[in-house]
Design a protein around this ligand. Structure first.
Ligand SMILES: [Ca+2]
Ligand SMILES: [Ca+2]
Length: 209
């Protein structure tokens, strides 16, 4: 513990040695050893993929393998089995982890909406303040598919279910556990989008970045 403390003091000592004619630097936020995951405001929808994993068996079967389909507002559409658009099939126990771009806080009621397309396949949801985790489970194998239209569906989850007060990274994991290889080209839950419910969508004419 002693060495890091001395290192943090070093810039202050150097600044003091510069003499009165040197412009005094404003306090630097870089004194903190780790960036603040909550420094920026969150987006209403997932804005980046930080991690994903789909088992090789499912990747060999599935034709909806692009994790970036989970970014932005829900847009799943088309018709099955081969002409859907807008989602990623997670495969047997696979997952996609998204970055909201800033932290959300636990508010009364649900805090996240997971858009899961086509049917009512279950999902597990984990959250973290770091892309490397640790991730906290807030929903386990929740049936997910309140219908919006013939393809789009969703379910809501609450940070409080996992005892979490703040989160930035959201991992959505397949909870269907459809055996692989199966008889489908969309094994596992079909992830369309992740929405932070407490964040206004009013500015969405501005792109999500
Ligand atoms: Ca809540
Ligand atoms: Ca989508």
């Amino acid at each position: 513990m002693r060495r890091p403390r001395l290192l943090r003091l070093a810039p202050l000592l150097l600044a003091g040695a510069c003499g009165p004619t040197s412009p005094s630097p404003s306090p630097s936020p870089s004194i903190s050893p780790t960036p603040d995951a909550c420094a920026s405001a969150p987006s209403a929808y997932a804005k980046a993929i930080t991690d994903w994993w789909i088992p090789a068996c499912s990747l060999a079967q599935n034709i909806y393998d692009d994790p970036t389909k989970a970014l932005g507002p829900a847009d799943a559409a088309g018709s099955g089995p081969r002409d859907y658009t807008g989602f990623v099939s997670l495969g047997f126990g696979g997952h996609v982890t998204v970055d909201l771009g800033g932290c959300i806080s636990d508010l009364p009621g649900p805090d996240l909406r997971v858009y899961q397309a086509v049917s009512n396949e279950p999902v597990s949801v984990y959250v973290s303040l770091s892309p490397e985790g640790p991730f906290t489970l807030i929903e386990a194998r929740k049936a997910c598919g309140h219908r919006i239209d013939r393809v789009k569906g969703y379910c809501d989850v609450d940070l409080a279910s996992g005892g979490v007060t703040r989160a930035r990274y959201v991992r959505v994991e397949d909870g269907e556990l459809y055996p692989c290889p199966g008889d489908t080209v969309s094994e596992g839950a079909d992830l369309d989008a992740v929405q932070a419910l407490g964040v206004s969508t009013a500015g969405l004419s501005d792109p999500l970045r």
